[in-house]
Design a protein around this ligand. Structure first.
Ligand SMILES: [Zn+2]
Length: 276
């Protein structure tokens, strides 16, 4: 099957940096358990930063490609859009390169979600609902991939975070651990994302499935930085693993206005006023 490898991501990152010299920069934010680089591509020079991450779960293999496509698309229109001069985008296309490579290259492991140590990175972040054991790891932030993302957040103060997963074309916005005011604003932005993509918002009671634990990267971000954070799930609910890479193009078609629409929404003080 045709796929987009870890090496393809690194070479596309280099190519885009060259093509958009001065507009796109690349930094290594850490290394996976198997010592693969975790890269972050920074687009633009605005002082308000928005984080986008993908590939926290190995098998959700269309989202690294989706983020690289969004990066290229927005690099192309960055200077045409006055609004973007205030914003820049910190894009981490692949947080879990070991799990991704395992799911892509070993046909018996196509539904592998975890990192090399068998930990679910998206249950490993220090948050109110974090529980150790199971797939959450022995303790919060035990994994190098988790720590790389935490360090990136801490060294680049930001105004918003979107994490991409693949389970049914929907948007998670509700945070049980946060107050009503925070959730009201979350919903207002989530509705804009839904409007621009055709994806649906997930009801508050479905934020965390029964028996599941917290420790998602978005939980950590919301609770720590008090800024809006969303999970966007790409691809239809019944998509099988390994995922067909052409689904990345379908997701791109639906989500290509995402950044423009969200930035327009958060730029209006009546929808969300930041602590600036
Ligand atoms: Zn996922």
């Amino acid at each position: 099957m045709n796929y987009y490898s870890y090496e393809n991501i690194l070479s596309d990152a280099k190519k885009l940096q060259k093509e958009y010299f001065g507009l796109i920069e690349c930094e290594t934010i850490g290394y996976s358990v198997q010592k693969r680089k975790i890269i972050m591509l920074m687009l633009g020079c605005g002082y308000k930063k928005i984080f986008l991450t993908a590939g926290i779960h190995g098998r959700e293999s269309i989202n690294p490609k989706l983020l690289m496509k969004l990066l290229e698309y927005y690099a192309g229109i960055y200077y045409e859009t006055a609004l973007f001069s205030k914003y820049s985008f910190c894009i981490i296309p692949l947080v879990n390169p070991d799990g991704y490579t395992k799911a892509l290259t070993d046909c018996t492991m196509a539904d592998y979600k975890l990192n090399y140590n068998g930990v679910d990175i998206n249950r490993n972040f220090p948050s109110v609902h974090y529980r150790s054991g199971g797939t959450g790891g022995g303790y919060a932030a035990s994994e190098p991939e988790t720590r790389a993302l935490i360090m990136a957040f801490k060294s680049h103060p930001s105004v918003m975070y979107i994490d991409f997963h693949s389970r049914g074309e929907c948007i998670y916005y509700y945070r049980k651990a946060m107050g009503d005011e925070y959730n009201k604003k979350q919903l207002a932005i989530a509705e804009k994302i839904a409007e621009s993509s055709g994806y649906v918002t997930v009801p508050p009671e479905d934020e965390i499935n029964e028996g599941d634990t917290g420790g998602n990267s978005v939980h950590y971000y919301s609770e720590t930085f008090k800024m809006p954070a969303f999970t966007i799930e790409t691809a239809p609910d019944d998509t099988l693993f390994p995922m067909d890479i052409s689904l990345a193009d379908e997701a791109f078609d639906k989500l290509k206005n995402l950044l423009y629409k969200t930035v327009s929404a958060i730029d209006k003080k009546d929808i969300y006023s930041y602590n600036q």
